[in-house]
Design a protein around this ligand. Structure first.
Ligand SMILES: Nc1ncnc2c1ncn2[C@@H]1O[C@H](COP(=O)(O)OP(=O)(O)OP(=O)(O)O)[C@@H](O)[C@H]1O
Ligand SMILES: [Mg+2]
Length: 321
């Protein structure tokens, strides 16, 4: 659906994106994650044509964005809804009129039977039917974001772009918004691109992700792969420090999924092999409902062969750190 090849973007002397390539397929919830200033919003703005780029190409359904004329670009933009951290609602308009704005922009009557039905359906989707005539100042942050989501969907987009859509919300409200985005993705078959600096957001709903640092791709793939067995860049980002592990013996990281619960593995390991070891680090992550865990144990050098053979035998993934 979207293909980006060797994208480069500078603001004057400042190189903001360099050699970014990625593919987003229909139905993906694609996460773009990285620290502040990494270039995430710029990448998103290049995708929807709000920003031009200097190198490479962006294809949206096989149309190259930089080759489009104004009218063509407008039509591509019509197919992409957008939501932001600060909701961008107009305070002087009520919920209904905020949602109707894009329709009016495209010359449609907000009160036609068809549009009224559509807006009420969207309000039902986001769970705000009772707020149809409220004004933004009368809504909570989470409710405002729901209105913004309804507005982003009013032109029947194929793609929804979210720039830090949950960054201003508390964790509980964030969960609700993410569940709503997930539902929109599944039930309306809308592809979602989600920019965030919150790792939890990516884990919770993205099926693919790119991690950008200083405008470059430093990791790309499925969140469960990248976070369960992270490279140095991601370790730094999530604050996982290998330097606090013991310097003697051997540190082995074990990976767990739903099938091999870790308490069994650990007690079995000790019992079956009759060895002692220490547990140094452990965590559980929830990836779209699948719980994956990892545990670092420190074993004696002389036990390494026994332990790794045993882990292989019981099909537990491991790596030496
Ligand atoms: N219009 C602009 N003119 C000049 N520099 C810009 C412009 N827009 C962005 N930049 C610079 O590009 C870099 C990347 O900015 P961008 O907004 O894409 O980062 P980001 O990853 O979205 O950060 P954040 O998480 O803080 O939103 C920053 O150094 C920023 O100062
Ligand atoms: Mg940004």
């Amino acid at each position: 659906m979207i293909r980006i090849q060797n994208l480069g973007k500078s603001f004057g002397e400042l190189k903001v994106l360099e050699d970014i390539s990625l593919e987003i397929e229909q139905g993906d919830i694609y996460g773009i994650i990285g620290q502040s200033g990494a270039g995430k919003s710029t990448l998103l703005r290049c995708i929807n044509g709000l920003e031009t780029y200097n190198e490479g190409s962006i294809f949206i359904e096989d149309k190259e964005v930089s080759s489009l004329n104004k009218k063509e670009l407008r039509n591509v933009q019509k197919g992409m809804g957008m939501i932001f951290q600060n909701f961008n609602l107009l305070n002087r308009l009520d919920v209904y009129d905020n949602i109707a704005l894009p329709l009016q922009f495209w010359g449609q009557k907000k009160d036609s039977e068809e549009n009224r039905k559509k807006i009420m359906e969207l309000l039902a989707l986001v769970g705000l039917e009772d707020k149809v005539h409220s004004y933004p100042r009368q809504l909570s942050g989470g409710q405002k974001q729901r209105v913004a989501i309804a507005r982003a969907l009013v032109l029947d987009p194929k793609i929804l772009l979210c720039d830090e859509a949950t960054s201003a919300l508390d964790p509980q409200i964030t969960k609700g918004i993410l569940a709503l985005l997930s539902k929109i993705n599944k039930e309306m078959n809308i592809t979602i691109i989600l920019v965030t600096h919150q790792m939890e957001v990516v884990k919770e709903i993205c099926n693919k992700m790119i991690f950008i640092k200083d405008g470059r791709n430093v990791a790309m793939g499925r969140p469960e792969e990248l976070f369960v067995s992270p490279n140095k860049e991601i370790q730094q980002f999530v604050g996982e420090h290998l330097d606090i592990l013991p310097r003697t013996g051997i540190n082995i990281k074990l990976f767990f999924n739903n099938e091999n619960s870790e308490d069994h593995v650990i007690t079995q390991l000790a019992r079956t092999l009759g060895i002692d070891f220490s547990i140094c680090q452990g965590k559980l992550d929830n990836f779209r409902g699948t719980i994956l865990g990892s545990l670092v144990i420190n074993i004696k050098e002389s036990d390494k062969e026994k332990v790794t053979e045993y882990l292989d035998k019981i099909n537990v993934l491991w790596e030496e750190l």
